[in-house]
Design a protein around this ligand. Structure first.
Ligand SMILES: Nc1ncnc2c1ncn2[C@@H]1O[C@H](COP(=O)(O)OP(=O)(O)OP(=O)(O)O)[C@@H](O)[C@H]1O
Length: 305
C-alpha cells in the first residue's frame, strides 16, 4: 500500500527535516506517527500525500510511483492537513457533500455518505449552520467527516484531534476505529493515548528519523522495566544501576520490580524528595527512546533496542 525507501527532505539545502526514512504500510492498518515538535511528522505526511517532493528516496503508493505519477495517486487518497480550515461560509453538510461530489460520488451516494459521516461525528444537528458560527472543535470534526465520508483507500490525518474536547476526540477515535480494515490510515498526534487506542503500528520520530517502530506492546517491550518511578525534589540523580531520564523538574526511573521502586522511594524521601510509582506506559517509552523531550542533562544508560 505504501512503500518508501530512503526518503529525505531538506527545505533549505542545509538542515535535514527528514533523513533516510524506510516505510512499509499494509492495507487496512492504522499507523501513527508520534514525536516532539519538529520531529518531521508533517514533512513525512506531506511527502506521502504527494504535496511535497522529497529531496531523496523512492515512494510507491497504491502500486504507483508516487514521485513520477502523483496525479494517479491523489484521487485515491484523502488528507486532512494540520493547518486545514473549512471555508467559513459553508455548512458542514455542504462541505462534506460537495467534497464527495467533486471526488466523483453520485448525488445520491454523496447524500448517504455525508449523512453517515456527519452522524458518526455528532455533527448532524449542526449540519446546516454556517461554519463561521461553529467552534474550532466543530470545524475540525467537519474536516475529519469529509475524509471519513470519502471511503478513500488511504486516509492521512495530521493531528486530527488537536483542540478537540474529550467527547469529540472520542467520537473521532470511534469513527477512525471503524475505518480499520477497510481504509489504511496514517495519523500524526501528540496524544499518546490516541496512538495506543488506534494504532496497529506506531512510528516514534525525532530529529527527522524514525527512532523506533512497532505495535504498542512491542514498543513497551523495547524499554526495560515494568514500572516507572517519578522522582521530584532531589538535586542530583541517585539511581546508579537503573535506567533513567531527566524530564524538566523530575526524573523517570525505569525499574523491574516493586521492591526496586520502594528502595528508590525511601532513598528519595531520605534526601527530602518525593517519589511516585506506576506501571510503564507508551508515553514513558517515547520519553525513554527520545531521551527526554525537554531534557537538559544526559540520561542514564539506554537499554539496547
Ligand atoms: N516549509 C518549511 N520550510 C522550512 N523548514 C520547514 C518547513 N516545514 C517544516 N520545516 C522544518 O522541518 C522540520 C520538521 O518539521 P515538521 O513540521 O515536519 O515537524 P512535526 O514533527 O510535524 O512538528 P509538529 O509536531 O510541531 O507539527 C522542522 O525543523 C521545521 O522547522
Amino acid at each position: 500500500m505504501i512503500k518508501a525507501e530512503g526518503l529525505g527532505k531538506t527545505y533549505d539545502g542545509v538542515k535535514w527535516a527528514l533523513r533516510n526514512i524506510d516505510l512499509s504500510v499494509n492495507r487496512g492498518k492504522v499507523v501513527t506517527l508520534l514525536g516532539p515538535n519538529g520531529a518531521g511528522k508533517t514533512t513525512l505526511v506531506r511527502i506521502l500525500t504527494t504535496e511535497l517532493e522529497p529531496t531523496t528516496g523512492k515512494l510507491t503508493i497504491l502500486g504507483e510511483d508516487a514521485l513520477r505519477n502523483p496525479e494517479r495517486v491523489r484521487p485515491r487518497i484523502a488528507s486532512i492537513p494540520q493547518e486545514a480550515k473549512p471555508i467559513y461560509f459553508v455548512t458542514p453538510y455542504e462541505l462534506v457533500f460537495s467534497y464527495l461530489v467533486f471526488r466523483g460520488f453520485s448525488i445520491n451516494d454523496a447524500k448517504v455518505e455525508a449523512r453517515r459521516a456527519l452522524e458518526e461525528l455528532d455533527l448532524w444537528n449542526v449540519r446546516n449552520k454556517i461554519m463561521n458560527n461553529l467552534s474550532g472543535g466543530y470545524k475540525r470534526r467537519a474536516l475529519v467527516a469529509m475524509a471519513l465520508a470519502s471511503n478513500a483507500e488511504l486516509v492521512f490525518m495530521d493531528e486530527p484531534t488537536t483542540g478537540l474536547d474529550v467527547f469529540s476526540r472520542r467520537s473521532v477515535w470511534d469513527a477512525l476505529a471503524r475505518l480499520k480494515g477497510n481504509s489504511t490510515v496514517i495519523l500524526t498526534t501528540h496524544y499518546i493515548e490516541e496512538a495506543e487506542f488506534l494504532s496497529d503500528e506506531v512510528f516514534i520520530m525525532n530529529n527527522g528519523v524514525v527512532v523506533s517502530r512497532g505495535t504498542v506492546s512491542e514498543l513497551l517491550n523495547k524499554v526495560n522495566g515494568e514500572y516507572v518511578v517519578e522522582v521530584y525534589g532531589i538535586s542530583k540523580p541517585i539511581f546508579e544501576g537503573y535506567s533513567y531520564v531527566k524530564l524538566n523538574n523530575r526524573y523517570l526511573v525505569y525499574v523491574d520490580t516493586s521492591e526496586d521502586s520502594s528502595l528508590i522511594a525511601s532513598e528519595c524521601a531520605r534526601m527530602g524528595g518525593k517519589a511516585l510509582m506506576r506501571r510503564k506506559t507508551l508515553e514513558d517509552v517515547v520519553i525513554r527512546l527520545i531521551g527526554g523531550w525537554y531534557e537538559d542533562e544526559s540520561s542514564g544508560d539506554l537499554d539496547s533496542d
